[in-house]
Design a protein around this ligand. Structure first.
Ligand SMILES: Cc1cc2nc3c(=O)[nH]c(=O)nc-3n(C[C@H](O)[C@H](O)[C@H](O)COP(=O)(O)O)c2cc1C
Length: 202
């Protein structure tokens, strides 16, 4: 599909057929997530692919019921310690030539690192979540391209989901994404008109 067609076709799906999703498709959507861009290539996203019916039932205790009706639920998370690897990520980028011939000015090197280290925990979480959101949308658009339905779900209980999935202290769940074949065909949902979005053209 053309990218714009995928973007137009995507809907939040809240009703799924029980038909299984081929493992090959799961790999493809996870690969799309892996390729997402992130600040200083931090890649703070981590995922749990939940296929087990029992685990999905357990998850349903801590989120909206429809989530567990999809044959697969991807728990999209961040590792809140990922920022510690910033120097390593920057070195990889530098070695790959990402900054060759580019003057990063005040945004490069030590100055940037100092600013990053000065971020408090909330700011670090927000920054990692922002990056994670990009990878989630990659996953969702690739799923749409493969004919699968998905839905962003942020209505869940953090501690409950973490407990069900036995996630460590440094892992924070950002969203649950049910993945399966849609059992509904919703019309496009309303959007604000362009003139409400464009503050100005200068
Ligand atoms: C960050 C984010 C969080 C969302 N959380 C939920 C949610 O918890 N439950 C839900 O049913 N839909 C959730 N949605 C789906 C939105 O309601 C939906 O994207 C919006 O109404 C537009 O509909 P559409 O996705 O079909 O175009 C979420 C979407 C986003 C982007």
């Amino acid at each position: 599909m053309e990218l714009i067609e995928v973007i137009r076709k995507r809907r939040s799906i809240r009703k799924y057929k029980p038909d299984p999703v081929p493992d090959e498709y799961i790999r493809k959507i996870m690969e799309a997530a892996r390729l997402a861009p992130s600040g200083t290539n931090l890649q703070p996203w981590r995922f749990v692919v939940v296929k087990s019916a029992e685990k999905r039932r357990e998850l349903a205790q801590h989120t909206l019921e429809f989530v567990a009706t999809a044959p697969v639920v991807v728990a999209c998370c961040i590792d809140i310690t990922a920022y510690k690897y910033t120097p390593q990520r920057i070195k990889e980028l530098t070695d790959a030539g990402a900054f060759t011939g580019i003057d990063m000015g005040a945004f490069g090197g030590d100055e940037y690192m100092k600013k990053r280290q000065a971020m408090d925990e909330n700011a670090l979480r927000a920054y990692a979540s922002l990056n994670c959101a990009i990878s989630i949308e990659h996953l969702i658009l690739r799923a749409t391209d493969l004919g699968l339905g998905t839905c962003w779900v942020m209505m869940f209980k953090q501690n409950g989901v973490k407990e069900v999935l036995k996630l460590g202290e440094s892992i924070q769940v950002v969203a649950l994404v049910p993945v399966g074949y849609a059992d509904q065909d919703p019309a496009p949902r309303p959007r604000l008109p362009m003139e409400d979005l464009l503050i100005q053209e200068v």
